[in-house]
Unconditional design. Sequence first.
Length: 234
Amino acid sequence: MVISAVAAAHPCQVLDINMLDSFIGNVESTEASPNAAAIETLSGFPESVGGEIVFMDMDNQDTDQIYPGSMTYESNVSKEAMAKACTRNYDPDFQKVIRPNDILVSGNGFGYGSSRGQAATDTLANSIHLVVAGSFSNIFSRNSIDNGLMGLELPRLVQRLRAAFPKDAKNPIPTFRTGWTLEWDVKKSMVHVQESEGGEKWTEKVGDIPPNVQEIIALGGLEEWCKHELNKAG
């Protein structure tokens, strides 16, 4: 993928898919060292992210379930309409469950399917800034960074949620509030989970977020980052 407008304006500022993949690779390959020093967070990137966990217990949730394919090529979709469309094909009652700044947690293989960027922007439209999953598809990982959505892979959390909230096969609840909270200390690359009030509390080390990924997310996504780089170049 090449940002053609950027290429035309300033060839040195082209960001292709290989570079973006390398950004993601840096995140995924970063060793979670318990003795590592605190990382520096760039201006505009949060030092911590926290909220109540909302759980969507499903593996391999595809992009059509996250954002309707029928709306993918519609232009001028308002933020409100995009927010209402979020996961509509998976859970029509999603809007009744979530609140701003919730931490959305799903299973393994989250976001496979098409490359529609709205699978990230519809989540942001609901003022949800962090999605946690057992694992993400590569295409969703790219799109989340591209559009300024933060994501963490935390298989242990998914396992513990499933143990605490076993799915009712006859009457499954697609999305529900757990009463658990998560706080991600970005500077220390630590995640703290409180399993309901008075429940178990545990901590897990996660990989550092590289400065280049921080910058893209802090600026609101790849398009804004490209504009920023072009402005710097004059």
